[in-house]
Design a protein around this ligand. Structure first.
Ligand code: NAP
Length: 244
């Protein structure tokens, strides 16, 4: 039976990679976006061309009632939600902590942390009622090792790790698995501020000699969503080519 999966922030980047990998498995995918509707529609067409089913849904994950509406929409369209990928995230400009302001901290936490809480809380009554589910949260290597001039982003991603581990324990009796992916440097818009030389320098630090792709990440997310990973919960999977 095809699984149904909500992926937040799937209009581009890692979320798109996850949508395509799940499309290849024949999944029903809800492609969430915030601003880029046309890109979400293009991802939906690709998912369908790969053999999956897709619907798009615009919602700002920092808005709890919008997340509830997204879950209701998914159940209405596909009858169930088996997996949730909390992927939507933002990364502020790199700055020393004393040059960051509260408005920026609030914005980063509203999406990266409270967005993850909101979607999880919205989907839980349904997953608990069907006694199954897989939740995949996007952390980052910076949430594990900390990044200089990235204190706000790093701490938001560390919060995602704490949430993942706690929820894995809390939800295991309901047969709901909760894991996180902690990517290293992935080729997406989030890193578009980096110049060619910066990328080369980073590549030289990565033992596998390349930065990651959205396909690399999508395959791991699809595995974590599927029953193939049925005995894995509470794990933080670092995927960084050996970098950190
Ligand atoms: P990206 O290319 O910048 O794409 C961000 C996605 O999130 C877009 O689909 C965007 O939607 C969506 N989004 C942003 N704010 C949102 C909101 N408030 N509500 C709903 N959707 C929202 O990012 P990415 O590189 O793919 O990153 C995806 C996740 O992986 C993030 O959580 C990020 O922190 C994490 N990560 C990335 C890297 C990396 O190197 N790229 C490394 C470690 C972790 P619109 O297109 O509609 O704006």
């Amino acid at each position: 039976m095809a699984i149904t999966c909500i992926i937040t922030g799937a209009s581009r980047g890692i979320g798109k990679g996850a949508a395509l990998a799940l499309g290849e498995l024949g999944a029903n995918v809800i492609i969430n976006y915030n601003k880029n509707k046309a890109m979400a529609e293009a991802v939906a067409r690709e998912v369908i061309s790969l053999g999956g089913k897709a619907e798009i849904f615009g919602a700002d994950v920092s808005d709890f009632s919008a997340c509830q509406k997204m879950v209701e929409f998914a159940i209405e369209k596909f009858g169930s939600v088996d997996a949730l990928v909390n992927n939507a995230g933002i990364s502020p400009m790199q700055n020393p902590f004393d040059m960051t302001d509260k408005e920026e901290w609030d914005k980063v936490f509203a999406v990266n942390v409270f967005g993850t809480f909101n979607c999880t809380k919205a989907v839980l009554p349904h997953m608990i009622s069907i006694k199954r589910g897989s939740i995949v949260n996007l952390s980052s290597v910076w949430g594990i090792v900390g990044g200089s001039c990235e204190a706000v982003y790093s701490s938001s991603k560390a919060a995602v790790i704490g949430f993942t581990k706690a929820m894995a324990k809390e939800l295991a009796p309901s047969r709901i698995r909760v894991n996180a992916l902690a990517p290293g440097m992935i080729d997406t818009d989030m890193n578009s501020h980096l110049g060619k030389d910066d990328i080369e320098e980073i590549k030289n630090e990565i033992p596998l000699g390349r930065i990651g792709t959205i396909t690399d990440m999508g395959n791991i997310i699809a595995f974590l969503c599927s029953d193939e990973s049925g005995y894995i919960t509470g794990e933080i999977i670092k995927a960084d080519g050996g970098w950190c």
